[in-house]
Write a protein that binds this ligand. Structure first.
Ligand SMILES: Cc1cc2nc3c(=O)[nH]c(=O)nc-3n(C[C@H](O)[C@H](O)[C@H](O)COP(=O)(O)OP(=O)(O)OC[C@H]3O[C@@H](n4cnc5c(N)ncnc54)[C@H](O)[C@@H]3O)c2cc1C
Length: 293
């Protein structure tokens, strides 16, 4: 069905989502589009709504497990230059949701802006980071937010101030919106100090995480007062393998793709970890990653 016929948007059929996720796993998107600007995005939303096409947004794909069967509907990536602009007024930074963490942190270091260093090594886009309230240890991006501009399911844009958004541990109340632009309050600090802090965060990450194979980072949320990785490790599951996927030998809350992993392999390992942790500790692990099927 060529539901976009006659419009100016360019949609591809059957794009392999394994190439769009850090897990490097998953089937194809029925439809895929990289709109060039907000106007085109709005057109897409309205077309998808009219033809009852499911609509999904993907950032860097660093927290998503895509089903081997792929996903029905339209997957949209805000990767065009229009979604990657950054501007600065004093210590208020406004950036497009398509900016990568790396792009953002480089900009901050160049402009002596501190406050986001904890994002170093989190391979997301600003939109994905905010939707997931990305962070590490006590820090998360929601704490720096002033407002964000979003598009709703009817293609209307609005600005949401921080008080109207709920942020939780790796969650936000923004799931029904497409995040377009984010305004953050940062603090002035000499660039050398910022670079030093970035290095410290990266060094800590290299020392603790498994960065040698494709993954989506931590698969489960840490339960209150404990660590999912510690619990899975205590069940003796480090290195456990199913097909091409393995529970990391280095960090038990990472499942890694050893080469040809399938989504089903990852799901089996997640099921095993959940069952064993429930049996041994009576704790129900909750997935942190988003599962698209
Ligand atoms: C090696 C590794 C280490 C990691 N370490 C951490 C860590 O320390 N802390 C941490 O918090 N996370 C970590 N992650 C997970 C991941 O990087 C973060 O969750 C990141 O914020 C996801 O951003 P993304 O752009 O890749 O989002 P995606 O994975 O593409 O999407 C995640 C969710 O956000 C939604 N989304 C994406 N863009 C938008 C948008 N513009 N508007 C609305 N919704 C949107 C998607 O629909 C999806 O529901 C790690 C991942 C890896 C691979």
């Amino acid at each position: 069905m060529n539901w976009w016929k006659g419009s100016k948007v360019k949609i591809n059929n059957g794009v392999a989502l394994s190439g769009c996720t850090t897990f490097k796993i998953g089937g194809r998107a029925e439809f895929f589009c990289r709109p060039k600007d907000e106007e085109e995005l709005k057109l897409l939303i309205n077309l998808a709504k009219r033809y009852k096409i499911k609509f999904l947004v993907i950032g860097a794909g660093s927290n998503i497990l895509v089903s081997d069967k792929g996903v029905k509907g339209l997957v949209v990536r805000l990767g065009a230059p229009d979604f990657k602009r950054i501007s600065l007024r004093g210590n208020l930074l406004t950036a497009g949701s398509g900016c990568s963490t790396g792009q953002l942190l480089q900009f901050c270091a160049r402009h002596n802006l501190s406050g986001l260093e904890f994002l170093a090594g989190i391979p997301g886009t600003l939109g994905g980071n905010l939707a997931m309230n990305a962070g590490t240890r006590g820090d998360s991006i929601g704490a720096s937010l002033i407002s964000c501009r979003v598009m709703d399911a009817s293609g209307r844009t609005k600005t949401l101030k921080t008080g109207r958004i709920k942020f939780g541990y790796r969650s936000s109340s923004l799931a029904d919106y497409i995040i377009l632009e984010v305004r953050l309050r940062l603090t002035k600090m000499p660039g050398a100090g910022i670079r030093e802090r970035l290095k410290e965060y990266m060094d800590r990450r290299r020392a603790t995480q498994d960065l040698t194979h494709p993954s989506a980072g931590c698969v489960f949320k840490n339960p209150e007062g404990d660590f999912a990785g510690r619990l899975i490790d205590a069940c003796g599951l480090k290195g456990k393998r199913v097909g091409g996927a393995s529970i990391s030998k280095r960090h038990a809350n990472f499942i890694v793709n050893l080469g040809k992993a399938r989504s089903a392999d990852v799901l089996k390992l997640m099921g095993l970890a959940k069952r064993e942790v429930k049996r041994k500790f009576n704790i129900a692990l909750q997935p942190e990653i988003k599962i698209w099927n």
